[in-house]
Design a protein around this ligand. Structure first.
Ligand code: AHR
Length: 640
């Protein structure tokens, strides 16, 4: 018999308990959730024409030149100068290959836009063609930029746009721009977006990917990473102020994951920041999640250059943090609140927390963090800071950091663990002995690994997901200590990943949730408000007979929530006694996630092979018991 003490909740469960970790890794942002289809739209990649092909029957030397304005426009120095000399169809074209192709959907509208200027008199017409993988035309538009607009004359660039509809569906499409007429035209920010973005916002996000996040009902979204916060070196660190305003002014950066890591080199991986900090905050607001930005603490990635800013020069980093709080929360009379309002969001975002550093360690980290802590707490005493404890949950580095962070009264300590499924089962009780007072824990990045990180053989299989489900009973039981948790990484593009496993997989047209996704979803949507004690012979159920369990009370719904995991290959029967329950319904609901094969996975072809099914279960409301048959290799979430 398992006893649940319904009358005496043991701890609160924070609304932020289960959240998501977003990073532009695996083409999660550019080439992923940011719906821009043109790769290298502003010619700022390290090779200016990467992603582009210049073609035609009558091309001549110099008819397409990359111009570089250098410091005159340091955020976006390059553009294309195209010369057409009586060009007709087929004479000259530019073709963009997209991010591993472009996903094109039949009947959907596509919005093309370009910045242009005529340095001299002339008239150039653009014939736009969507192409399928066989180079057949599956969508057509025409654009005749106004020939009187001269960048040289008025010092301005002009925007031209046209929309057209695709006639066929294609996963690996391209965009061809035929250039016709006589003249010289300058082109920049060549862009193509689908009509069906999230909330129909022009220049917005892929709706199917955002929907997957919304369906999790996450308590928070951590952004923008991960290692990309740190950068290869400090020059290439993430700087939120550079991600605001007109997209043509957002200075692009080489992505920290643009290198041969694991098995998929990505020389074409850059951050254009079309998904910038305003958009991240907006995303959080849209899906009802608390924003959790992470900022660079004056240290570059310690797995790379380990570059440090000298302590004498740390002030701008700290100022960035203070300004971000004002940007998110300040009213329009403040400098940064005014900036936010000017960007179209006068309402504050109610930011309550921020991470300082990601996976940074050593005395250098503690020294830098202390400066942030002092400055931020002086101005915003209730603001919570998330502090890094590195990547080694059982090692000396962790002990050193944890000791120091506790001593400095860190609000939350960010622990990361990418480990085998066995580690997760063995560590279900990890937080049972953590002190209840002082610093809390943010389990900020973790995922069970079926093989070494980033190997193609490292799978999101049911064994990994099941071990995570068991581990999460331990997190929930210890909600007095663990206040936030997020699986990582979140997204992966099947054609462009650097890291496995990942919670949600996408290609240009589709998206599916892994078994791990459904585990996260079951926890997040059935979070409850208070931990209840659930014991077998007075002990928490944490591995005995291969069973793991936790219980919660949901104040708003007046419901008891049980989470029970059976990792054995046999079904197990247990009676759950609901001690102290005042009045019980005669039936409860069970959401069952199970598969008899530990190597079972979801896929584009079978997206819901491992996904929850809902059943009703009888409850003995007189005896206050429920008889549970726990299927082999299963997670059961019960609401009564
Ligand atoms: O989640 C992938 C990477 O793992 C993150 O960028 C980093 O923080 C960790 O090492």
């Amino acid at each position: 018999v398992l006893r649940v003490d319904v009358a005496r909740p043991v701890a609160e469960i924070q609304p932020t308990m289960w959240g998501v970790f977003f990073e532009d890794i695996n083409f999660g942002a550019d080439g992923g959730i940011y719906a821009e289809m043109v790769k290298n739209r502003s010619f700022e990649f390290f090779k200016p024409l990467m992603g582009w092909k210049v073609d035609g029957k009558k091309r001549t030397e110099g008819d397409v030149l990359v111009q570089n304005r250098g410091d005159e426009k340091s955020s976006n120095p390059r553009y294309l100068r195209v010369t057409t000399n009586g060009a007709v169809a087929g004479d000259l074209s530019l073709t963009n290959e997209g991010f591993r192709g472009m996903g094109i959907k039949k009947g959907l509208r596509y919005d093309f836009a370009v910045l242009y200027g005529y340095p001299s008199a002339g008239k150039v017409t653009m014939q736009l063609n969507l192409l399928n993988a066989q180079n057949e035309v599956i969508g057509t538009g025409t654009l005749s930029p106004d020939a009187t607009a001269s960048a040289d004359r008025d010092g301005q660039w002009h925007k031209a746009q046209v929309s057209f509809t695709a006639t066929a569906t294609e996963p690996k499409g391209k965009l061809r721009i035929g250039l016709e007429g006589t003249g010289v035209i300058d082109l920049d920010m060549i862009s193509l977006f689908p009509e069906d973005t999230w909330k129909g916002r022009p220049g917005g996000m892929r709706a199917d990917m955002v929907q997957m996040l919304a369906d999790l009902k996450p308590g928070f979204v951590r952004f923008p990473g991960g290692c990309i916060v740190e950068g290869h070196d400090l020059e290439q660190r993430y700087q939120w102020k550079k991600t605001l305003g007109p997209i043509e002014d957002r200075q692009l950066l080489i992505n920290r994951w643009n290198f041969e890591f694991g098995h998929r080199p990505a020389p074409d991986y850059f951050q254009t920041f079309g998904l910038g900090f305003l958009e991240y905050f907006q995303l959080c607001e849209d899906i009802g999640a608390a924003p959790l930005p992470i900022l660079n603490c004056g240290m570059a990635c310690q797995f790379n250059t380990a570059e440090l800013v000298p302590m004498s020069q740390i002030d701008p980093y700290v100022q960035d943090a203070l300004d971000l709080i004002e940007f998110a929360n300040g009213d329009v009379s403040t400098q940064w609140g005014k900036v936010r309002a000017g960007l179209g969001h006068p309402k504050p975002f109610n930011l309550k927390m921020m991470g300082v550093g990601n996976e940074n360690w050593g005395p250098q980290y503690i020294e830098r963090l202390a400066v942030f802590q002092k400055a931020i707490k002086a101005k915003y005493p209730d603001f919570k800071l998330i502090c890094s404890s590195g990547t080694d949950p059982n090692g000396d580095r962790f002990d050193y950091l944890n000791g120091n962070l506790r001593a400095m009264n860190a609000d939350l300590i960010d622990e990361h663990y990418y480990r085998r499924p066995e580690w997760f089962l063995q560590n279900v009780g990890r937080y049972d002995s953590y002190p209840r007072n002082g610093s809390k824990v943010f389990a900020g990045e973790w995922a069970a690994q079926s093989d070494d990180v980033a190997k193609p053989t490292n799978k999101n299989n049911w064994q990994c997901a099941l071990s995570e489900a068991a581990f999460m009973t331990g997190l929930e039981r210890n909600a007095a200590v663990v206040q936030m948790a997020s699986y990582a990484p979140l997204f992966a593009n099947a054609d462009g990943w650097q890291w496995t496993p990942d919670l949600i997989w996408v290609d240009n047209l589709h998206v599916y949730g892994t078994p791990n996704y459904y585990v996260q979803q079951l926890y997040s949507r059935n979070k409850g408000t208070n931990v209840l004690s659930m014991t077998a012979n007075g002990q928490a159920l944490a591995g005995k007979d291969s069973l793991y369990a936790s219980a919660a009370w949901d104040k708003a719904a007046s419901e008891i929530i049980l989470k029970m995991v059976n990792v054995s290959g046999k079904s197990v029967n247990r009676t759950v006694q609901l001690d102290g329950a005042k009045k019980l319904a005669r039936t409860g609901t069970v959401m069952l996630l199970t598969n008899d094969k530990l190597d079972a996975v979801n896929s584009f072809e079978n997206a819901t092979a491992v996904s929850p099914v809902e059943q009703q279960i009888p409850v003995d409301s007189n005896k206050k018991t429920v008889a549970m048959m726990l299927a082999p290799r299963s997670l059961s979430v019960v609401r009564i």
